[in-house]
Ligand binder design. Sequence first.
Ligand SMILES: NC(=O)c1ccc[n+]([C@@H]2O[C@H](COP(=O)([O-])OP(=O)(O)OC[C@H]3O[C@@H](n4cnc5c(N)ncnc54)[C@H](OP(=O)(O)O)[C@@H]3O)[C@@H](O)[C@H]2O)c1
Length: 239
Amino acid sequence: MNLEGKVVVVTGASAGLGAAFCKMLVTKGSTVYGLARRQEKLDALGAELGSRFTGIPCDVSDEKSVNAAFAVVKEREGRIDVLVNNAGLGIFGPTEKATVDEWDQQMNVNLKGVFLCTKAVIPAMKAQNAASGFGGHIVNISSVAGLMGNPNISIYNATKFGLRGYSDALFKEVRQDGIKVSCFFPGSIQTDFFSTAGVPIAGNPMTADQITSTLLHVLETPDNYLISEIVMRPLRPQG
Ligand SMILES: NC(=O)c1ccc[n+]([C@@H]2O[C@H](COP(=O)([O-])OP(=O)(O)OC[C@H]3O[C@@H](n4cnc5c(N)ncnc54)[C@H](OP(=O)(O)O)[C@@H]3O)[C@@H](O)[C@H]2O)c1
């Protein structure tokens, strides 16, 4: 896909990976809508990126909030070419100390949020496919925690393994509609993720810009070429 002039929605745009994705996409000439809860962070990103970026306050775990956000995009643009389901969080610790609220938060953002945003874009992408022969691209940000379990991150593991299953099924469900589904499985990236998770980050992590370069590559592939899954890791992690 040539990203120039395309309409892209990135969830979790207020920080970390999502903000880096938005910067790259604006540079490539896309019209970018960034969804997240913290309005002030979206405003700051908008001030930096200019008129090609619009921040929409949205809680991806809330159906009404998601539908309202996508209604704005559809009304203004009439199409959605790319959805990056990036919003997510981990809250780490042993199962016996985890609360039901922590379970709900991780499930509701990391899985339900992906479902709600995906459901909101599929009809538009199917219509685009019917009109032009290509529907669009959905990229889901899972984690290496979606491929292997580890002590003290069991709830996060469950959400990211779940996202792998959801992505794999969705890719098969919509491929004949000209819609690509790609799932990323990154290891540690230098973002605020670990302060939310309540643990220190391991040394020598990847950077958000490195993951962004892979997103660009995956989005720019020719229409009939789908990279459905991709694992990224730091070469020499420390700790
Ligand atoms: N950092 C890593 O090492 C790593 C590794 C593998 C995978 N990942 C995945 O990468 C994705 C991005 O994480 P990050 O590293 O960039 O972490 P981050 O810096 O903590 O950013 C998380 C983003 O998710 C948004 N978010 C959280 N809850 C939300 C909600 N209910 N509705 C809308 N947005 C919400 C946050 O925005 P608001 O707080 O403003 O809503 C923020 O923009 C996540 O899915 C994470 O699981 C991260």
